[in-house]
Design a protein around this ligand. Structure first.
Ligand code: GUN
Length: 296
């Protein structure tokens, strides 16, 4: 059997186009562009790449991008002051503080200082609580992107068995909440789970978000299952260079699954597209401009 490949890159491009298409109506109603502020502290190369692409994508969609680059030795208080300033800034609809932060800064304190109604990452406990209780809020971008790909592929998810491998606050836990909200029967697996392959074989939907290169093998996958690979791992390519692989052994999964996301080109491109979508939704909400449910 050869699995269908879920083209996250194409889906993300479509979502970004949809976002861009909804910017002019907002601008006409509110008299300004939707705005996203991104804050980066320090010189982490991967974070710098992410922040640059977020800024570029924001501008490409017609929204305003405000990037704040702070030196690694910035004090926690100075960062909190900037966050408070962005909370108060009417031109800013979304605030994203790039993680990880330098060790001397308490991430939880920073996230707790972001206005929950500008928290387009969905990391604030108020948004975590909203997701858990079914209230309208912001949902973390990567798991929401995974859900969009799943619903596009499968339609109604209700009654399906879903296994999420990984229990992080950024992916695993919100992914499980989202699948539960769509009436899946959800299990969260983690490093202490017993007989992980057997558990995974019960899954109609298998989401891997652990950061272990090519961990999920063919015999972990129920024939015909939909497999979502959130992992991005750089490994040796055996020829003196490196390559990107996911948490799923893609070649093996392709022989068992009904559909699978590739790495790169699967979940990765969805994260920024959903960030733009969350920022647009925030702008509409904050300005009181109506946006019909289901529009985006
Ligand atoms: N670092 C890695 N992924 C993310 C993300 O989704 N949001 C933020 N703020 N930082 C990250």
């Amino acid at each position: 059997m050869s699995a269908a490949i879920i083209d996250g890159k194409a889906f993300a491009a479509g979502l970004r186009e949809k976002v861009a298409g909804l910017v002019p109506a907002f601008e006409a109603a509110a008299g300004r562009k939707p705005g996203l502020a991104v804050v980066i502290v320090g010189e982490d190369p991967a974070s710098q790449v992410y922040v640059r692409s977020k800024g570029k994508a924001t501008e490409a969609s017609g929204m305003a991008s405000f990037t704040h680059k702070l030196p690694a030795e910035t004090s926690e208080e100075a960062l909190l002051d900037l966050v408070r300033q962005l909370n108060a800034d009417g031109a800013v609809d979304g605030i994203l503080v790039q993680l990880p932060l330098p060790r001397h800064i308490n991430e939880q304190r920073v996230i707790a200082t972001i206005d929950p109604d500008k928290d387009v990452d969905g990391f604030h406990v108020v948004n975590v609580g909203r997701l858990a209780t079914g209230l309208n809020g912001f949902v973390p971008c990567t798991p929401l992107g995974c859900l969009m790909l799943l619903e596009d592929r499968l339609g109604d998810l209700s009654g399906l068995n879903a296994v999420v491998i990984g229990r992080s606050n950024i992916v695993g836990k919100p992914m499980a909440q989202l699948l539960l909200s769509k009436s899946c029967t959800v299990t969260i697996a983690h490093s202490r789970t017993k007989d992980l392959p057997a558990l995974c074989r019960t899954a109609d939907i298998l989401v891997a978000a652990v950061g272990r290169p090519e961990m999920v093998k063919r015999d972990w996958i129920k024939p015909g299952a939909t497999v979502i690979d959130v992992g991005i791992n750089r490994i040796d390519n055996g020829e003196g260079g490196t390559k990107l692989v996911g948490d799923v052994d893609f070649a093996e999964a392709s022989e068992a699954a009904g559909a699978v996301t590739p790495v790169p080109g699967g979940v990765g491109p969805m994260t920024i597209a959903v960030l733009l979508r969350n920022t647009l939704v925030s702008a509409y909400r904050r300005a009181g401009v109506p946006l019909d449910k289901g529009t985006i």
